[in-house]
Every structure is written in C-alpha cells, then in structure tokens.
Design a protein around this ligand. Structure first.
Ligand code: PLP
Length: 361
C-alpha cells in the first residue's frame, strides 16, 4: 500500500527514494570483493561525517546496541562513572551502566532543562574524584528536545582525564559533533536518525584512549566486542553477517550528505529548529526547552488547555502527519516534532499549517 504518512518524529526518520531503492537490490556476500569496496567507501564516509580519524565501527544494532558497546568494551564492574541524566536517554545510560555493575553517580537536571557543565566541573575537581573512570553524556536528549552543552562538559572531563562516552544518536548529522577537535573518546549513534536510513545499524566511533581502556576492560562481551569489528574493518568486512542492503543504503545516504556538505546539513537543521520554535510561539504553544538549550533534531511542545494526545491523533488522522508523544513521566504532557534527517523546509511549513488547522478544530 502506498504510504502518505509524513514522519515528523525523531526516528525512524523519512528515507529518500534513492536510499529505498538501494535497499531493494539483491544482497551480496559480505566476504566478497564487491562488499569490501562498499565497506571501504562507507567507512571513509562515516569518518567524514564523524569528523574523525578514529575508528568508526558499524554494528547490526539499534542505537542502544551502540550505547551498550560503548560501555562494555571500555569499563569494568565496580568502575566509578558520572552519568548525566536529564531525560529518558540519560536514564538509559545510567540503567545500562548499573546493569553491568558499574558504580554510577548521576549528575542530574530536571527533564526539559540542560545539564549544567559546572556540576560536572565541581564533581570532577573534588579531592575524591581521581578514580572516576568515565563521564557518560547524552548530547541531544530526544525525550525533552534539549541539547546538552557537550563541548563545555567535555572540557571539564579533559581537565580531569576520564574517558568521555557520548550518545550522539540524535545530534550526529544534525549539529556539530567534531570528534577529533573535541577529543571525544567514544561516540554512539544509529542509522534511523540523521543518517536518512531505516533502523538497523548502530555506529560507534572509538579513539586511542578508549582503545587503551579496551585492553583492560573486564565486562564479558562477544557479539558487541568492538575489537572484532576493528580487526575485520581493517580487511573491509565485518565479524558477523551484516544487513548488506543497509550498507548499500548507507553508501547512497552518505553520498547525499557529502553532496550537501556538513555546514549546509547543520544549517538546515538549525533553520528548521528555529522555524519550528518560532511557529510554536506564534501559535501560543509553550516550548518545553528554553531558547539556547534546544535540540536541532526535535522540538518538544507542552500545550496548555489542549490535550497533546488529541493534537497528535488529529494530525495523524486528518493530515497523515506523525508527531511523537511524551515518554515516561511526560506521556500525555508534551508532543514532539521531529526535524531530523531527510526533512526539507516544505515539510516544516506543512506540519505547521496542519498544526494550526488542528488547533482550530
Ligand atoms: N539515545 C537517543 C538520544 C535516542 O533518541 C534514542 C532513540 O530514540 C536512543 C538512544 C536509542 O536508540 P534505539 O531506539 O535505536 O535503540
């Protein structure tokens, strides 16, 4: 059945037709020369997108699999870590780390507010802070539409010397995450976000300091053992059978991104964030994240006097536009407009027009 649904959610995001067509090709063997050529090209493209010379490894996993790989490969049970929590995905980091027996200390902010980099500085400068092994942060907190100030937090982490492990799942490909310039040790992301791909691939960028930690990390691992991915990436293949069609699609999507250019991609996301926020203000809809702390991938809105779930339902039924709802405690309190990946200015205008019509209902 033809699909008219417009995905204005923060993932899965819309997929360009040329990428969909790549998915429809016949699969090839992942040990073949043809696959090796594609693997070499997409690895180079991923390094470009991640602004890094570090390894960027491709996993058959969703973003959470990439996050899990980011913990189990570099840390050991009992290791002390600071985790920033100001939303569902910061909480997920904390749960993951606790699940693997790490000694987790949270640096929190209210949902809808950004993490305060000063809180990290104070905690990392304390006399008792020397044994903190890693600081774990979500860059774009998708559940609230907040962009945390990763650059400043990272500066405090660098002064301390701990590893920095980052969830860039909805910031990579939407805003600047210059891995080498900032010296980010581990960065996790997923295909169904800024990459303009369907769900199915996870990506982890790993720097030299993280590889040093890998050598002594003691959490048992097998499928997500990044050493295996690194070894096989050097031979332009993967340790296990990957979804080869997703690699065809990744090749096409990366070419599209390279043609647009990083600066233009970031500018488009920022313009669409600004346009969406201005429109919400004009419609009298309160924004959940304050100006200056908002994510270029997602705008969270907390309507007053109108039910957010009613808005979502009318938008879907009458206009074929899918908006995201609130998660956990925010269920029924907010709706979220995704403007991530393959989204053009016309999509924003359409969504805003439909929202205006919905509010008049
Ligand atoms: N981190 C962030 C910031 C996300 O937005 C998401 C997904 O929405 C994830 C992690 C988890 O990714 P996945 O659902 O692909 O496992």
């Amino acid at each position: 059945m033809d699909n008219k649904l417009m995905l204005m959610i923060p993932g899965p995001t819309p997929v360009p037709e040329s990428v969909l067509l790549a998915l429809a090709k016949h699969p090839i063997g992942h040990r073949s020369g043809e696959f090796g050529t594609i693997m070499a090209e997409v690895t180079a493209g991923l390094k470009w997108l991640h602004q890094t010379e570090n390894d960027v490894l491709i996993l058959t996993a969703s973003g959470t699999g990439a996050m899990e790989a980011g913990i189990i490969n570099f840390l050991s049970p009992g290791d002390r870590v600071l985790v920033g929590t100001n939303g569902k995905f910061g909480d997920r980091w904390a749960q993951l780390a606790e699940g693997f027996g790490l000694n987790v200390e949270r640096v929190t902010a209210e949902w809808g507010k950004a993490l305060d980099p000063e809180d990290f500085r104070t905690r990392l400068e304390a006399d008792t802070a020397k044994d903190i092994k890693a600081v774990i942060v979500t860059h774009s907190e998708t559940s609230t539409g907040v962009l945390n100030d990763l650059e400043t937090i990272n500066r405090h982490v660098k002064a301390h010397g701990a590893l920095i492990i980052v969830d860039a799942v909805t910031s990579l490909g939407a805003t600047n995450v210059p891995i080498d310039e900032w010296g980010l040790d581990v960065v996790a992301s997923g295909s169904q976000k800024g990459f303009m791909l369907p769900p199915g691939l996870g990506f982890v960028a790993v720097g030299p300091k993280a590889w040093e930690a890998y050598a002594t990390a003691k959490i048992p691992r097998f499928y997500l053992d990044l050493g295996k991915y690194r070894k096989d990436a050097a031979k332009n293949t993967t340790p296990f059978t990957p979804p080869v069609n997703m690699f065809f699609a990744l090749q096409v999507a990366l070419k599209m991104m390279q043609a647009e250019g990083l600066e233009n991609i970031f500018a488009r996301h920022h313009r669409q964030m600004n346009a969406t926020r201005a429109a919400m203000k004009a419609l009298g809809l309160p924004l959940f994240a304050a100006d200056g702390t908002s994510s270029p991938a997602i705008t969270a809105v907390a309507p007053v006097g109108v039910e957010s779930e009613k808005i979502r339902s009318v938008m879907k039924k009458k206009f074929d536009i899918a908006l995201a709802g609130g998660q956990d405690d925010l269920k029924g309190k907010i709706f979220r407009v995704g403007h991530l990946g393959f989204v053009c200015d016309r999509d924003i205008l359409t969504a805003v027009g439909a929202l205006e019509a919905t509010l008049i209902e």
